[in-house]
Structures are given as C-alpha cells and as structure tokens.
Design a protein around this ligand. Structure first.
Ligand code: GLP
Length: 264
C-alpha cells in the first residue's frame, strides 16, 4: 500500500479493501501498519482490542520475529480500558495487549499506554490520558474494531461526536459480547475510559478492521448509511484518510460500488 493519501478514495471517502477471509484481512491490515511503521519508525499508534485484532497482532509479532519490524522508537495509546480493573487482571485491556503484542515486540513498555482503570478519579484520568496523546503530538495511525451496534472504542450509540477521552457506560449488548473474556461469575465492568469520537477523528489516519458475518450490518450502516450518532462508526465517513479492511463476510451487505473485488 502506498503512503498518504492512499488511505482514502478520490472523494476522501474511506478506501475499502475486501479480503476473502479473516486471516487474509488481518494480514492485509497488519501490512498496512508495517508499511506506516517502516516509513516512520517513531509512529504513534492508536491500538484497539477485541477478537478482530487478535490475528492482526499475531501478524505484527510474526513480522517482528522475522526481523521485518521494530517498534523500538514507536509508541502507542490504546482506545480504552475498563474502569475498576487493575492492569494485571486477565480481562483488562492492558493484560490483553501484553499477551497479544507488548510482551512479544520491542516497544518500550513505558510508551505503550492505556488509561488506568484503577485511577481513583476516572474523569481526571480520562483528561490526563487525552493530554498525554496531545503531548505526544497526536496519533499517526488509529486502529479501530467495530462493535455489532456500530460502536468504536467504547463510544456507544448515541455517540457524542465532540467527545474526547471520557468515562462511558457500556451498552448491555457490549457487556454481553465481552462476557467470554471474564471468568464465570465475575461481572463485566459497567464502565470504561475510552477515547472520544473527536479524539479518534484527530488521528492523522484511521484503519478500521471488521470481520465476520456478525459485523455485516454494522459495516453497512457505518459505510453506506447516514453519518449519525446512532451508528458511531459512521463518523469515519467524515475523516478523510481512512482505510477499511473487511473480510467477505463482513462486506456481504455492501453494495457493488463499495469496493468488493469479488463483485467488481
Ligand atoms: C469492544 C472494544 C472495541 C472493539 C469492539 C469489537 O467492546 N471496546 O474497541 O473494537 O468491541 O470487538 P470484537 O473485535 O471482539 O468484535
């Protein structure tokens, strides 16, 4: 993939890549990240969690092990973290990121940042986190997954498009979707600290990844529906430098013109 402004189509609308399956979608998204990292070793990454990101991070780890990628000069800010979970709780996003990526690449742990879910004042922690992103000069490349209800980060519908990092209440459907990541009997946290929609849009580039049939309707709404707080991800239509990587199942409800090579 070429560098800027390759992330977008001619109109500035998101550029959509459809790969046959999840594995190839993850590999294509990982190559996009690696391309940006090679071009800018001091890349400031915005990172996401969720099942969609698991194979993508595996590709990044493999590339690092093969000597194709170094994160030594890079830094990162994760989108979100549960309120109330310490970083060593296996369900926390910090622990998840360590398991999937941080423990296996050469990024300085001090520059791999997530909100502190145990902060005594979560609102103050959210403000501190937002200031930390600004202090780093902003995010170069923001990875995004997609919730089944169209959420990005933990910005649930209806989302505030002007929001910055804040404490959010999680939708019941989101808590249910994340249930398998917690031990039986342990409640999924009700709140999270999440980058806001405005924080996300401030990223110089966005890479949204969605795979699987369960995301098809959210993908359709996000990319071809109106830009509306009822589908928070639809805001990427306004960003101007966004690439969307899908597998065929997630792209199944997109019309022909939306970039499906299998239908071209
Ligand atoms: C979670 C995360 C999001 C993630 C989304 C999709 O709740 N907070 O950042 O993108 O839901 O997750 P998955 O990839 O598991 O479907």
């Amino acid at each position: 993939m070429a560098t800027q402004p390759a992330g977008t189509g001619e109109s500035g609308a998101p550029r959509i890549l459809v790969l046959p399956d999840e594995e190839r979608a993850a590999a294509a998204a990982a190559e996009h990240v690696l391309c940006r990292l090679a071009a800018r070793p001091r890349l400031v990454l915005g990172l996401a969690t969720g099942a969609t990101m698991v194979p993508l991070y595996a590709c990044l780890v493999a590339a690092h092990r093969q000597g194709r990628a170094s994160f030594l000069a890079a830094s990162s800010f994760n989108l979100d973290e549960y309120v109330g979970l310490p970083g060593d709780h296996p369900g926390s996003y910090r622990a998840t990121m360590r398991r999937l990526l941080f423990d296996h690449v050469d990024m300085d742990p001090a520059r791999a940042r997530l909100p502190d879910g145990t902060a005594s004042d979560p609102d103050a922690e959210a403000a501190r986190y937002e200031a930390g992103i600004s202090a780093e000069g902003g995010i170069d490349l923001q990875l995004l997954g997609l919730g089944g209800n169209g959420h990005i980060g933990f910005n649930e519908p209806p989302a505030d498009f002007a929001s910055r990092t804040h404490v959010a209440m999680l939708a019941a459907t989101t808590r249910a979707a994340n249930r398998p990541l917690f031990p039986p009997g342990e409640a999924v946290p009700a709140r999270a600290i999440t980058m806001g929609i405005r924080t996300i849009l401030d990223a110089r580039e966005i890479l949204l990844v969605a795979t699987g049939q369960a995301k098809a309707e959210a993908v359709r709404r996000a990319l071809t529906g109106p830009v509306t707080p009822d589908c928070p991800a639809s805001v990427v239509q306004t960003h101007g430098n966004t690439t969307v990587v899908l597998d065929a199942a997630a792209a199944a409800l997109l019309p022909r013109h939306a970039g499906r090579p299998d239908l071209a």
